[in-house]
Ligand binder design. Structure first.
Ligand code: HEC
Ligand SMILES: [Cu+2]
Length: 472
């Protein structure tokens, strides 16, 4: 008798337990998903029950800007790279409609890493140009998932931009933040070199060798710099939903000038790491990072494998405006001469000190200047003098440089900071004063003036000295 009672009791509790799950997971009503283009994220879902979510996503092959003067035919989910951000809630049933625009050249499909089922939906969504496919899945696992095309050759479809993120919001969502951003990194392979102008075709050989020409955030060089920079205010907390489409290159995601207060490694929802500088994100993987903005600055988003950032494009900016807090960050407090004893800068003459090579002709000056340029200027202003959009102004055909020799000399002698307009583009950064002598500055500037269709001015050491002396 006692046993039977126990069994009945257990049965009763089991039933009530089942009921609790059933009511939470019971599908009530339906709605169409709000889809957004990067860097925007759909609003948080506030409903507390599961529903049927209808996603309509259109695949389009479009010609778009890869970098200034460079175009590429991207294959997209929704018209841009990365594809539309999809947000659903844990427990929702998603009805997925994939349309392939009639102008597409090839069939496409979608493999969502949030799907439990054959191929993540790939087979069920295989869609010829001018057709539409439908399948549905239940979003059982919360987290941030990559989706991508899985039509052969898969790596090529991904290399052309076919990826995006789907966030399955946990029943109990992550803590609220003030602003959310959507960023994806991808590697691109073009026949021409980085920045080679015109419409660039895909290069399969470079892709197989994993030698990307471009590694960028949100589908192009400069997608989040200058006027496109994302913005927030001091005091706000921000969250990045960050993913890597690849196809091949993992990201060492880092924000210069901030620390991730919280990281949800690999886009999962269980583990939280705190106080992280750089987090690694594999192709086909993601991460969620949160941080509070304490002081105004321009934060720089990078792949910390830095030649990718300075030579292949993976650079973004988050402009933070608001009041300074000099205790958290003072800015420069001192700039004075440092000459430890025996450093020999003023304690001449030293027989062993290398003699300054003096150029006798303009040709000499240009030749000596070329080496100085490579060692002292190239890292920022680039080998071809084009600079980097919104970060380092161009020296090639620069109206600032070509317009006024004295200003150019002053820039190199004393460095400069603050707002500056070159060829109509605004810069607001810091150029450090160059530790070069008068002869060397004359040489490097003469070299620069004789490159890239510049105005062929000649700068002499006497002119440099004059400007150096003026500010003393
Ligand atoms: C660490 C990066 C860096 C290095 C190295 C550097 N610059 Fe600059 N340069 C800048 C930045 C940033 C600016 C814009 C500063 C501003 O916004 O006020 C600039 C501005 C200039 C300008 C004026 C703007 C223009 O485009 O005409 C000249 C000329 C110039 N630099 C020349 C040089 C030369 C020559 C060298 C090497 C001797 C050099 N720079 C090295 C970062 C750098
Ligand atoms: Cu495809």
């Amino acid at each position: 008798m006692l046993n039977l009672n126990r069994i009945l009791l257990a049965f009763f509790f089991a039933l009530s337990g089942l009921n609790a799950i059933a009511s939470d997971d019971e599908i009530k009503g339906q709605e169409e998903a709000i889809l957004t283009d990067a860097p925007n994220v759909p609003p948080a879902i506030t409903r507390t029950h599961a529903t049927k979510v209808i996603v309509n996503l259109e695949v389009k092959e479009v010609k778009k800007r890869m970098a200034d003067g460079v175009e590429y035919v991207f294959w997209t989910y929704g018209g841009s790279v990365p594809g539309k951000f999809i947000r659903v809630r844990e427990g929702d049933v998603v009805e997925f409609n994939l349309q392939n625009h009639p102008s597409s050249k090839v069939p496409h499909n979608i493999d969502l890493h949030a799907v439990t089922g054959q191929g993540g939906g790939a087979g069920a969504s295989f869609t010829a140009p001018g057709h539409s496919s439908k399948f549905s899945f239940k979003a059982i696992n919360p987290g941030l998932y990559v989706y991508h095309c899985a039509t052969a050759p898969v790596a090529m479809h991904i290399a052309n931009g076919m990826y995006g993120l789907i966030y399955v919001q946990p029943k109990k969502d992550l803590p609220k933040v003030d602003k959310e951003f959507y960023v994806m990194q991808g590697d691109f392979y073009t026949k021409g070199k980085y920045s080679a102008p015109g419409l660039q075709p895909f290069d399969m050989e470079k892709a197989i060798d994993e030698h990307p020409t471009y590694i960028v955030f949100n589908g192009s060089v400069g997608s989040m710099t200058g006027d496109n920079a994302i913005k927030a205010k001091v005091g706000e907390t921000v969250r990045f939903y960050f993913g890597v489409g690849g196809p091949n290159i993992a990201s060492n995601f880092h924000v210069i000038g901030e620390i991730f207060d919280r990281v949800y490694p690999e886009g999962g929802t269980k583990l939280i790491n705190e106080n992280v500088q750089t987090t690694i994100v594999p192709p086909g993987g993601s991460t969620i990072v949160d941080f509070k903005l304490e002081v105004p600055s321009t934060l720089i988003l990078v792949d910390h494998a830095l030649t990718r950032t300075f030579n292949k494009g993976s650079l973004g900016m988050l402009k933070v405006e608001g009041a300074e807090d000099k205790e958290i960050y003072s800015g420069k407090q001192l700039d004075e001469v440092y000459q430890p004893e025996g450093s020999g800068i003023q304690n001449m003459p030293d027989e062993k000190a290398p003699k300054v090579v003096t150029a006798k002709t303009t040709a000499d000056r240009i030749k000596l200047g070329a080496a100085i340029y490579t060692n002292n200027c190239l890292a920022c202003h680039q080998g071809n003098g084009t600079g980097i959009k919104a970060a380092f102004p161009p020296l090639a055909k620069s109206d600032y440089l070509n317009g006024n020799k004295e200003l150019a000399i002053e820039t190199v002698v004393h460095g400069r900071s603050g707002e500056l307009t070159v060829n109509g583009e605004k810069y607001n950064s810091v150029m450090p004063a160059q530790q070069l002598n008068d002869e060397e500055i004359a040489n490097v500037l003469t070299y620069v003036y004789h490159q890239w269709d510049n105005s062929k001015k000649v700068v002499t050491p006497a002119e440099v000295k004059k400007i150096r002396d003026q500010k003393k």
